[in-house]
Design a protein around this ligand. Sequence first.
Ligand code: HEM
Length: 473
Amino acid sequence: MRSHGRNFSRFLFLKFFDSADPKDIQAAVHEIYFGEVSNIKIINNCRDQLQESKKYNLAERFSTLSSQKSIVLNMHLSFNGLRKIERTNWNSNQDRFLRKGMKSGDSIRKLTDLPIRKWEANYQRTIDAMVSIASNTEENLELFIEHARGKLAKIGKVLFVEKGKVLRWGKDAIEPFGFKDNISNPIFFKKEVTPDKVTYTPIDKNFDIALDERGGSFLVFRKLEQDTVAFQQKVKAISKRLKISMAYAEAQILGRFKDGTPLALYNEPSPPGLKQEEINDIIDFDQNIDTGYRDDPEGLKCPLHAHIRKTNPREDRSKIWASTYAQNNSSLPTPRHMPNAFGRIVRRGTSYEVEGESVGLLFMCYQASISHQFALIQQHWCNSTILKKLVPANDDLKAIEEKRTVGLDPIAGQYYTANANFLNKWQARWDWKKNKMRPALVDFKDMVTFRGGEFFYTPCIADLQTLNPADPV
Ligand code: HEM
């Protein structure tokens, strides 16, 4: 429900042997998830995670981190993995993207991903499961990996391990281009809901957390390499061409300055003369879904192509379409109780760095429907050079096009043909209405490259308990 805040993480990609007995695989998965590891507290449910996070933050404040020995653990299964443990029935409405997998022609075509032969060799292999672990020391993680290898020995193996590492600027987590990250995410707790904030609609007023009744989440994992040198060069070129500061050019790429200040509200980072709480309020621009860009329909403050505007267009997302859709399609496997969830995702990614070789993001997001959340954002918003809104159509979401060319999402946009028109419009001055007809056109692509990934199902605890008949559910 909340980011765990640990600095180190590992992602263990698993294969289960075809020859292994499904019952043995079930037992091993159960053991990895619920088993004990010498003197390390395993946090594998959201209640413990919330309590531990509070303790963890206190410990961080009082520098007692090293005394903590805990690991946050999650288990994720690809559809292939669900088949091998004979649990494809876990979710009666399995997501189409999950069922087909990220390597399917359908997914590659829809998301405009590179052909499989261009993915990193590791990701070209069939992945059955992924175990994600995070801790405040790398030593804890290595202990856990040894433990998992032991449990797997007879029925499978660890294919490869990705290492996540939180980059920081002071106390803030940043991503490799240098922007403050982990700001905007949907909220789950009633006490965080205020009139201008939108949460997943709770289906039971007695629950604090807004839950989907289906008992699990779908996880998208994508390794995205970032070219930080080319990024700097491009930013410099735009700032020179328009005679604007590098900071303003960067903000037009992301929609926020590097410190998180949203460009839709301010034309400079950390507006001077404000108290820290006021700055925090400004940066917390994530949920005001009805008002975010109301004063800026033409993108004269925050360009229509900016990453946070493409990936969460707020009122442009057209809530009306989403709720009409929810009413008319109540039998469909969609987040139908949660019209606000259309086109929203819970991001839980982390940076990675292979020294001297590459840096980037291990992008991860959770949702109740990959089609209506991640894929909608990637396919219809990031990859589209035309402004699009949601339109319901059968069991999929189509998008209506507003015939306005806005260009690719400069951060997350992917494309097929090298010679299509990818030009983005860059403003010489913030909200300079007189100049709106003469913005500079410069493309901004290839800064981020998809290296491979997979779709997973993250079962609830009760599901995982069924893997061991002796475990009381
Ligand atoms: C290497 C690739 C990427 C980088 C460097 C990146 C970076 C960022 C940064 C710095 C923010 C603003 C901070 C925040 O709100 O947490 C952000 C927001 C966001 N990103 Fe990305 N991102 C990447 C890929 C993606 C992809 C592939 C998607 C989905 C298809 C995505 C979806 C979002 C969403 C939904 C937000 C929040 C927007 C909002 O509500 O304001 N990002 N990203």
